[in-house]
Ligand binder design. Sequence first.
Ligand SMILES: [Zn+2]
Length: 217
Amino acid sequence: MIHLYRVPSWIQSLWRTIVWRGERYIARSGATKPCVYLTFDDGPIPEVTPAILAILRSYNVKATFFQVGENIHKYPQVAQQVQEEGHQVGNHTYNHLQGLKSTIRDYLANTACFPNQESLIEHRTSKLFRPPHGWAKPSQLRALRQQGYRIVLWDVITYDYERQRTAEEIVRTVRRYVRPGSIILFHDSLKSAHCTPEALPQVIEYLLSQGYAFCTL
Ligand SMILES: [Zn+2]
């Protein structure tokens, strides 16, 4: 199986309405620093998300979590912890719905079921959306944009959901492909439990050593 670790620039420029990378640089503590965006999909779940949060906390790093609405309902305390610790939350539909297999009506309805973040913490309402499986019908994405959503995909893919993927491979992927503004895709899911928590401290330490600032979208 061929792995594309970075989305080719011709694809990124073909779909300019999608956010593939964030701001490239940011002024922080008197210096200009390259930005990197850590993103975690498919949580929140008690088996993995708290471990990810503990690592992020220990480095004082903020990330963006694209959550599945059903999991927020099942594990409200984990969802609340993500927000209380200052991370950003995005909508990943209610049931991890595959856009290409659903009607536009079902897709929008499922996305709209995403629990109101205001019920958790008032000041964080999310207008970020990441389509499950990385794609949806253009008509679905267009309709969501009209509702005010920013559609966010990624620049670098770690394939952390693959059973054979190792922490070392994830670290190597990030070292090789990260660039200013990269949005990196990870998961806080059962599929990635064997490698993502192990890789994350090394990933963060590498990015810090390269002067990156951890930003949110
Ligand atoms: Zn997903």
